[in-house]
Design a protein around this ligand. Structure first.
Ligand SMILES: *Cc1c(COP(=O)(O)O)cnc(C)c1O
Length: 434
């Protein structure tokens, strides 16, 4: 009754989630550091689940926002034409689309990840005149109506009556010998398979919430070929793995594919500001005016932040190289952990700065993440059993801070083992009760 968390416990709904894993009250954040009201410092390996890829309160983005506000730049304008939006569109074309020879039309949807997915699916259904959507095991696409029906997790998923969704096993779900594409093709060819020819396939090239599961380049290419065979579209949900998270701006660049539709959110607003962007091939633009509407579409402050982000990081390829180098530091660390703790760590995987350490025992993984927090690191878990420790630092993190964060993981793993073998059960309860 007398802690600084009382207000939340008494008045805020039980639905709250992340805060349960990090039970303190945060007040400040800068770059890769978070500070609570007692002045404790934490390194951030969660990054707003990938929505502050460029660090908290990135100083250059911040001053662009402050300048805009100081000059009474229009903040709310529905989907009006604004200078801020025009600048963003031009920069996105110049820095992102053109160098990658991508030719997409842009739709600014309602500003959350789940709404950009809704819009993508609605568009695919309208364009193809088909209902069914193929989604994959362990996929995560959001928590509103349609998005929620394509999400994989049983705890999260809910079917909405108008949405038909068929679920296929993701790459490697059944082991690496399994001919997934052959199975999909058979299901789509056989009139009695019980599966309707889909409007679209929706997938993440690296499943974030699903446990850092990586689709191979070949699988991605084969999906595109298969979709084409059946006149279906490919939607890449790059809400989490996009905006540089895997080392390239788009996560699908490594496979050299050109998805029909791409969903961006989380870090596209550059500063943790809500914004979403749906990209699709020109011929798919079958919307009537206002057919996919919303009050908060095209947040002008996000446009200012995003334009600055493009200017700062996506002019040329040097930033991609930096992310790759930082990713390499994480990969080497993970490989060493797996070697030193082969009885505990089942697998390590990742691309760029989207990496995971999969534990055999999800309870141990939970204990390690809690100890990390106690030791000054904010890090989350993902996967079907929350068995994967998810390493997602800011793309701009400096190497010493990155290494310090990794050493907290290492220390916490050792600490969790120490506790396991302690005679007194009190200290175990102490930790797990956090
Ligand atoms: C987070 C996420 C979403 C949902 O975004 P919200 O902003 O939480 O609605 C959708 N798809 C992927 C891949 C995500 O990681």
């Amino acid at each position: 009754m007398d802690t600084n968390l009382d207000v939340f416990n008494h008045f805020e709904s039980q639905v709250r989630s992340y805060c349960r894993a990090f039970p303190t009250v945060f007040v400040k954040a800068r770059g890769s550091q978070l500070y609570d009201e007692f002045g404790n410092e934490f390194i951030d390996f969660l990054c707003g689940a990938g929505s502050v890829n460029y660090g908290h309160n990135n100083p250059e983005i911040k001053s662009a926002i402050i300048d805009y506000l100081e000059n009474d730049g229009i903040a709310m304008g529905l989907d009006f034409h604004t200078q801020a939006k025009r600048d963003f569109i031009c920069k996105f074309n110049d820095y992102i689309l053109m160098p990658r020879k991508l030719n997409y039309r842009m739709q600014f949807t309602s500003p959350t990840g789940t709404s950009v997915v809704e819009s993508a699916i609605k568009l695919a259904r309208k364009y193809t005149g088909r209902e069914n959507i193929i989604a994959f095991t362990n996929g995560y696409h959001g928590m509103s109506g349609v998005s929620l029906s394509v999400t994989g997790n049983r705890y999260n998923r809910q079917s909405v009556s108008y949405s038909s969704v068929s679920r296929f096993p993701f790459h490697n779900y059944l082991g690496n010998e399994y001919d997934e594409i052959g199975y999909y093709r058979k299901m789509l060819t056989d009139n009695s398979s019980g599966i309707d020819i889909p409007a679209a396939f929706i997938l993440e090239t690296v499943q974030g919430e699903g446990g850092i599961n990586i689709a191979s380049e070949k699988w991605l290419q084969d999906i595109c070929t298969l979709a084409k065979e059946f006149g279906a579209l490919v939607i890449v949900d790059d809400v989490q793995s996009g905006c540089g998270r895997t080392g390239k701006f788009f996560s699908f660049e490594r496979a050299e594919i050109k998805p029909d539709i791409v969903c961006l959110s989380k870090s596209i607003g550059a500063y943790g500001i809500p914004m979403s962007l749906l990209l699709f091939k020109d011929e798919l633009d079958v919307w009537g005016a206002g057919e996919d509407n919303g009050t908060f579409r095209g947040n002008n402050i996000a446009f200012i932040a995003a334009s600055k982000m493009l200017e700062l990081y996506w002019d040329g390829t040097s930033f991609e190289n930096e992310v790759r180098d930082r990713g390499q530091v994480v990969s080497e660390f993970s490989a060493r952990m797996k070697k030193e703790h082969s009885g505990l760590i089942r697998d390590t995987r990742g691309i760029g700065l989207m990496q995971g350490l999969e534990f055999f025992d999800e309870n141990l993984c939970g204990r390690v993440s809690k100890l990390c927090f106690k030791n000054g690191l904010v890090i989350e878990r993902s996967g079907d059993r929350s068995q994967v420790l998810k390493v997602m630092p800011a793309l701009t993190i400096d190497i010493p801070t990155l290494k310090k964060g990794l050493s907290i993981i290492e220390f916490s793993i050792s600490e969790s083992l120490g506790l396991k073998f302690k005679v007194s059960s009190e200290s175990i309860e102490d930790v797990t009760a956090i």
